[in-house]
Design a protein around this ligand. Structure first.
Ligand code: ZN
Length: 350
């Protein structure tokens, strides 16, 4: 039996369309009137967008309804689905806590409220009936002011019970004008001993070699093997792992065909760079992690051996997985123990 680790999932994009549609109806939102029937909503919510910007716009739809009050509702459904349908043993959930605070408040008050949001997400993720090891990655955001991003780094360092690392998100084209700022924030995060990942080399606008030395994992990074394969040996040497989210590139117009990922996997395997396969926005895409795996096999992007290597890599590069082994090997040992115990009994019967 195999259990999986998910390293790259956004809280905003993790709400599956049916849960969101039902929430709009339960809360009598305007969107309930716009989409009285579910199929139209699913079509609207999951259809591919032309650009990464247009795609990220959809996150605001969910961010606006994810507040301190409603977060437990959404997280309960997220964890339940991840346990029942995705066989997740480990989940890193990422989001920008500032964007879950009330937007009518002044910036300093919103910053103060971020700690409460982290607590709420952390507590809501611990469900005894659906036990998954979870942790949070807090995302700095390319469209938020420096003071907010710095507070996000500091909050991550203060709350290590629930937070395992930081990220930079919000559209990679926007980093360019503030690159010094983000470099400095990453250096600060590393000086505090924080784990780091970042959305870079996702699209052709996202090539920032300046940020690479600060990243322990690379959010997407597919443009490295596609366009800058000369960087791969350095990544391998630094033990940096790519978080590849296959469905995203089709939804954002970054790739036209999933088979284009074959070059990404082939070049990374050849150079010894690990890849963790992730969903990014499993709800928004309506594609859960096992289906990401299956799609890659179906389109001959990878084979079963490579898939297992990627599944191992996900546990190996997880920031907060507390065990040395992945769960499959722990379970195998337990099952073999049972076999040994049951053998003598069988021989008596025979
Ligand atoms: Zn992402």
């Amino acid at each position: 039996m195999s259990l999986y680790a998910e390293l790259h999932r956004h809280l905003g994009g993790s709400v599956v369309p049916r849960v969101l549609w039902r929430y709009f109806h339960r809360s009598q939102s305007d969107l309930a009137q716009r989409f009285p029937e579910y199929p139209e909503f699913e079509e609207f919510y999951t259809r591919p967008r032309k650009t990464l910007d247009e795609y990220l716009e959809l996150h605001t739809l969910v961010e606006n309804v994810q507040s301190a009050k409603t977060l437990p509702y959404f997280i309960y459904r997220l964890i339940r689905g991840a346990y029942i349908f995705e066989n997740l043993a480990y989940l890193e959930l990422r989001y920008t806590p500032y964007l879950r605070t009330p937007d009518h408040l002044p910036q300093t008050e919103r910053i103060d409220q971020m700690a409460q949001i982290v607590e709420i997400v952390g507590q809501a993720s611990q469900l005894s009936e659906y036990p998954i090891v979870t942790s949070q990655i807090l995302c700095m955001h390319s469209r938020l002011p420096y003071a907010v991003n710095r507070a996000i780094v500091e909050l991550s360092a203060q709350n290590r019970t629930y937070v395992c690392g930081i990220d930079l998100a919000g559209g990679d084209a926007y980093y360019a004008e503030r690159l010094d700022e983000f470099t400095e924030l990453y250096a600060y995060a590393r000086s505090l001993g924080l784990n780091t990942t970042g959305h870079v080399y996702e699209t052709t606008d996202g090539s920032y070699p300046e940020l690479l030395p600060y990243l322990m994992r690379i959010g997407h990074g597919i443009q490295i093997p596609l366009r800058y394969p000369e960087l791969l040996p350095e990544l391998a040497q630094q033990n940096q792992c790519l978080e590849v989210c296959p469905t995203t590139y089709l939804k954002t117009g970054t790739l036209e065909d999933i088979r284009q990922l074959k070059l990404v996997f082939d070049r990374c395997f050849e150079a010894g760079v690990d890849i963790a396969i992730c969903t990014d926005n499993a709800g928004l895409h309506n594609v859960r992690l096992p289906f990401e795996y299956e799609n890659l096999l179906t389109y001959d992007v990878i084979g079963f051996k490579e898939l297992q290597a990627c599944q191992d890599a996900a546990f190996k590069h997880a920031f907060a997985w507390p065990h040395r082994q992945r769960p499959a090997s722990i379970l195998t040992e337990v099952l073999r123990e049972d076999e040994k115990v049951s053998e003598p009994a069988q021989s008596v019967v025979n």
